[in-house]
Ligand binder design. Structure first.
Ligand SMILES: NC(=O)c1ccc[n+]([C@@H]2O[C@H](COP(=O)([O-])OP(=O)(O)OC[C@H]3O[C@@H](n4cnc5c(N)ncnc54)[C@H](OP(=O)(O)O)[C@@H]3O)[C@@H](O)[C@H]2O)c1
Length: 262
């Protein structure tokens, strides 16, 4: 039996983590969402071993309150923290052609607040519980767009603020890994692949971003067959998470456990 906290669990990959992890009734899964009432897909799951708690990852206080709720239910222990919550604003711009410096700065800071600082707040809130847990694993959802080599190689010029915030996340994980390895912690950045969720650009307002993403993907995988489902992605990620060891702490890998991102 293991206990899990999943942030950003209302939809997409986070929801799928909750679904697969709670399929084993011996697990306890704490699903963190921004709006408890609006998390209809989680409520539809209706599983006794899923507890829905409210916390925006940009709000350190809300995360501490959620951690206090988890502590009460688990006797102060947590095995796994899955930092899944993330965002992109889908701007169809590159770094040098935002409509104004203010718009560029807003986009950079907005992505950084959720994708980077949010993970730090969430990790700090749950570290005291994780220290008492048996797995001591902290998983952070990252992206191929944070891979520096790939960015240059396939000319991945779009989603700049998102990519920068996720590249910073790899350093967040390295810092925690360096500090907590001797205490038996495993920190891992994992990219879920290209997954069919609301995160992907869709619709006329994201046309420019879609073009940039499609072009970069075509250069990386010429015979690309389309995004994978959250179900397939999470199944593959859970296999990697299970086999990842403390000696490998601080790594950044794909859903297959390597550096083949798609
Ligand atoms: N889909 C992909 O192809 C892909 C590729 C690479 C990496 N990723 C990463 O995988 C993770 C999950 O993405 P996804 O595809 O499932 O995206 P998604 O369908 O857009 O879901 C994002 C989730 O994050 C939550 N969230 C956003 N901002 C938040 C905040 N400030 N506090 C708490 N929760 C917040 C959302 O909550 P609300 O419902 O309240 O908005 C939602 O539950 C992200 O970290 C993303 O960067 C995804």
């Amino acid at each position: 039996m293991s206990s899990y906290v999943v942030t950003g669990a209302s939809r997409g990959i986070g929801l799928e983590f909750v679904r697969q992890l709670s399929a084993d009734s011996k697990n306890s899964v704490f699903a963190l969402v921004r709006n408890k009432q609006g998390a209809t897909k989680l409520h539809e799951l209706a599983r006794a071993n899923v507890v829905v708690l409210e916390a925006d990852v940009t709000n350190a206080k809300a995360l501490q309150l959620a951690a206090a709720e988890v502590a009460k239910a688990t006797n102060n222990k947590l095995d796994y923290l899955i930092n899944n919550a993330g965002k992109t604003n889908h701007p169809g711009f590159t770094l040098d052609n935002f409509p104004s410096p203010e718009a560029l700065e807003h986009d950079l800071l907005d992505n950084f607040r959720t994708n980077t600082i949010g993970v730090v707040h969430s990790t700090n809130a749950f570290l005291p519980l994780l220290k008492n847990g048996s797995a001591k694993k902290v998983v952070c959802l990252n992206s191929a767009l944070a891979d520096l080599d790939l960015t240059v190689q396939v000319e991945a010029i779009g989603a700049a603020s998102y990519s920068i915030s996720k590249a910073a996340l790899t350093m967040v994980v390295a810092k925690y890994a360096a500090q907590y390895k001797s205490m038996g912690f495993t920190f891992l950045c994992i990219s879920p692949g290209l997954v069919a969720t609301d995160m992907l650009p869709a619709g006329p307002e994201t046309e420019a971003e879609m073009k940039m993403l499609t072009a970069a993907v075509a250069r990386y995988v010429p015979d690309f067959k389309g995004p994978i489902s959250p179900e397939v992605s999470v199944k593959m990620q859970l296999e990697v998470i299970e086999r990842w060891t403390v000696e490998q702490s601080g790594a950044f890998v794909s859903h297959a456990g390597d550096r083949q991102w798609i």
